[in-house]
Design a protein around this ligand. Sequence first.
Ligand code: KG4
Ligand code: ZN
Length: 336
Amino acid sequence: MRVLGIETSCDETGVALYDSEKGLLGDALYSQVAMHAEYGGVVPELASRDHVRKLIPLIREVMTEAGLGLTDIDAIAYTAGPGLIGALMVGASTGRALALSLGVPAVSVHHMEGHLLAPMLEETPPEFPFVALLVSGGHTQLVQVEGIGRYTLLGESLDDAAGEAFDKAAKMLGLDYPGGPLVAKLAQQGDRSRFTFPRPMTDRPGLDFSFSGLKTFTLNTTNANRDGAGNIDDQTRADIAAAFEEAVVDTLAIKCRRAIQQTGYRQLVIAGGVSANARLREKLEAVMKKERAQLFYARPKFCTDNGAMIAYAGCQRLLAGQESDLTILARPRWPM
Ligand code: KG4
Ligand code: ZN
C-alpha cells in the first residue's frame, strides 16, 4: 500500500510517499521559517497562504522522486490537528479532495502520533511497548505506548512546552526564531557550571513538567548580567544558554528515567523538534544505559515537522482498520 502523507499544521509544508513494503519512496519539505523569522514567531495567516502556494508543487516533486504518478497512490493521510486552523485546512482540504478524485481512502492523522511514530522510519526501529517523550514547540508529554492507537498519557507540561521554552529563552538572548537549535549552538561555547538553573518539579513525585519558571530565571539572569549600557557580553550569553539547556535536558532526563522505572519498559523513544537536541540525546543515552534500556530517535529531519511521519502513521492506521474520513477534518485542539 502506498500512502501519500501531507503535513501543514504549522510552518512547514511536508509531503512524503510511504510504501508499506518498500518504505519511504520520496519526501519533500518546504520550511517557512525565514518568512516568519522577521516577526519573531509564526504568523498564522501567512502560514496558511504559503501552504496554499507550496503544497501542490511539493506533491509533484515527491511523485517525481518516487518515479510514480498520482494514480499509483493507494491512500492519503493528512494532519488533521492539533495546529493552526487555517494551516491545517489547507492540507486537509487538498488531501481529502485529492483522495476523492482518485477514489482512494483519506485518513486524518494526529500530528503528535506522527511525531511519536517517526522513529519507526529508521533502520532499527523500536518495538512495542515503549515509553515516548514527545517534545515539540507545542507539546511536552510522556506517553506509554502499547501499540498503534494504544496510548496512555503518563505526564505532560502544565504550562510551556519544552520547545516553546527554548524559543522564548532564545528571544531573551537575542537569537532568532525558532530558537531551539540556536540556543543549542550558543550553549556549546558556554560554561555549563557558571549558572545553575532550577530543575522544575523534580523534587516531587509524578511525571508532569513545568517550564515557564525557567523562562523567568533566564530573564532575571540575563538582566542581572547587563553592563551600565544594558549590554551583555558574548561569553555570559553562552553561559546562560548552556545553563538553560542543561536545566531543560536534566529535567526531561529525570522524568524519562522515572517513566522507565514506573512502566518497567526497556525502550525510550524521543520525538518532536526538541528530540533533535544533541545534549538531550547524549544525556538520555547515559541515563538509559544505567537503566539497561535503549534509546530511539528519528534522523534530524524527521524530528521536526515532516510529511513522512504522517504518511507512515496514516499507513499504520489504515492497516489497523481505520476507515476513510468522508468529511474534511481539521481540529486545532485535539487530545491524542
Ligand atoms: O516538532 P516541531 O518541529 O514543531 C511542533 O510540532 O511544534 O518542533 C519545533 C520546536 C521548536 O520550538 C524548536 O525551537 C525546537 O523544536 N527545536 C529544538 C532543536 N531543534 C528544534 N530545541 C532544542 N534543540 C534543538 N536542536
Ligand atoms: Zn510538530
